[in-house]
Design a protein around this ligand. Structure first.
Ligand SMILES: *Cc1c(COP(=O)(O)O)cnc(C)c1O
Length: 409
């Protein structure tokens, strides 16, 4: 998109009376972004899907076979490909990532009235899935160097606030059981899994990975999804690969995976004709027509990952030259999928500077967006237990996601 002199002037006029020095920061950032991005005559989206492989072919095959819903052949093919790609032994494809997380929690043993630790810096689906189990989210802080749950702070907090008895962890203040921790690999950057797993083991808490944003991301050389008892993936339209809508549960534990599959498929016992269900189940399996898309997308994933890394590298270099902001680079232990690239304004900046940047970039055809509004600030979760969340608050005030589609590379 051509530089819109007029819009920029309007913005400048609006802020000029404050003589705001960050006006030039926003301009420098916009110009660094434009250096990295193709010149388009339409706005550049944050993350767009690419369908340049076998998508049409497989969807047609699926329609021609007449098996379009969950019993169709593409579902097990997609699941086998997911296992192959991640190295995790079992995969259960679901209608979306939120449903996958809901089942992950149940399969990991979360019960009504439990508390589940969860970062406040996450997409709402994480906290919603906890509520679907009639459990209570208990919000924990994130670390600015990883954007994931801060293991040190979590350990100190649990040492003060939790009691382990009978092989279970309890919140000393509320008396409720703390049964699980969900960690997020934020924008594709793996959380510090070894340290978090250690804390969970010490306090007898089940670890679950919200891997919705992180297919293709590796922690210390191994694909994410191996640390949690279960992990949830998402294949929504804005994620690294998409099935339209879709998700998957991963687990290395056969009993856990079998149970997840069972309750995602209405808890029906296998039989040639009898419809017998042994508990309240869910209709959460992915239809075959979506799985057909997924098979084609997984074939393309290695090339998407390469393109996304090269775009990230271009950003990294361009932002070295801009003072007052840094491009978020994968933690040293990780190889990230760079699902959504992010920049962080310097700590002295505040949300006003961030908003100015959002306004300038979006009005100039470069789509950007802030981090999620933190969970503990949403009305539904205001009464939930939480630790000091100052790092997440600081990150939220300063982080901006920038265009990240593989097609931009
Ligand atoms: C996308 C996402 C999900 C799942 O989303 P669906 O749209 O239901 O597939 C869950 N958690 C996080 C952090 C996500 O980004």
């Amino acid at each position: 998109m051509v530089f819109k002199e007029k819009e920029l002037t309007v913005l400048q006029d609006r802020h000029v009376q404050h003589m705001n020095p960050s006006r030039s920061l926003a301009e420098s950032i916009l110009s660094a972004l434009k250096q990295c991005l193709p010149t388009n005559d339409r706005p550049i989206a944050l993350h767009e899907p690419s369908f340049s492989g076998n998508e049409w072919k497989y969807v047609k095959e699926c329609l021609d076979s007449n098996w379009v819903s969950s019993a169709g052949p593409f579902v097990s093919r997609f699941e086998a490909m997911l296992c192959d790609f991640t190295g995790v032994r079992f995969a259960v494809a679901t209608v979306n990532g939120t449903a996958a997380l809901h089942i992950c929690l149940k399969a990991a043993g979360v019960k009504p009235d439990d508390e589940v630790l969860c970062p406040t810096l996450t997409f709402v689906a994480t906290a919603n899935a906890i509520m679907y189990c009639n459990a209570t989210p208990h919000f924990v802080d994130s670390d600015e160097t990883t954007l994931g749950v801060d293991p040190k702070k979590l350990e100190e907090y649990l040492r003060l606030k939790a009691t382990v008895r009978g092989g279970e962890c309890h919140n000393t203040a509320t008396g409720r059981r703390i049964s699980a921790l969900i960690v997020l690999h934020t924008f594709g950057h793996p959380a510090d899994l070894d340290s978090l797993k250690e804390v969970c083991d010490r306090f007898k808490i089940a670890l679950i990975e919200d891997a919705a944003q992180s297919i293709g991301s590796h922690y210390k050389g191994k694909h994410i999804g191996h640390w949690g008892i279960t992990s949830g993936l998402s294949f929504n339209g804005n994620k690294t690969i998409t099935t339209g809508g879709g998700g998957a549960i991963l687990s290395n534990d056969k009993a856990v995976a079998d149970y997840a599959r069972h309750i995602s498929t209405t808890a029906r016992l296998p039989h040639q004709w009898t419809y017998f269900h042994d508990e309240i189940g869910y209709n959460y399996r992915l239809p075959s027509i979506n799985a057909a898309l997924g098979c084609a997308q997984l074939e393309e994933l290695p090339s998407f990952l390469e393109k996304k890394r090269s775009l990230a590298e271009r950003y990294r270099i361009a932002f070295q030259e801009v003072e007052g902001v840094r491009f978020f680079v994968e933690p040293p232990y990780a190889r990230s999928n760079y699902w959504l690239n992010a920049i962080l304004l310097d700590p002295k900046a505040g949300s006003r500077e961030r908003d100015l940047l959002l306004e300038l970039t979006n009005s100039n055809g470069v789509m950007t967006r802030p981090a999620y509004v933190l969970m503990h600030n949403l009305r539904m979760f205001r009464g939930c237990p939480r630790m000091d969340l100052s790092s997440a608050e600081s990150i939220e005030a300063r982080l901006v996601n920038i265009p990240s589609s593989p097609s931009l590379a």
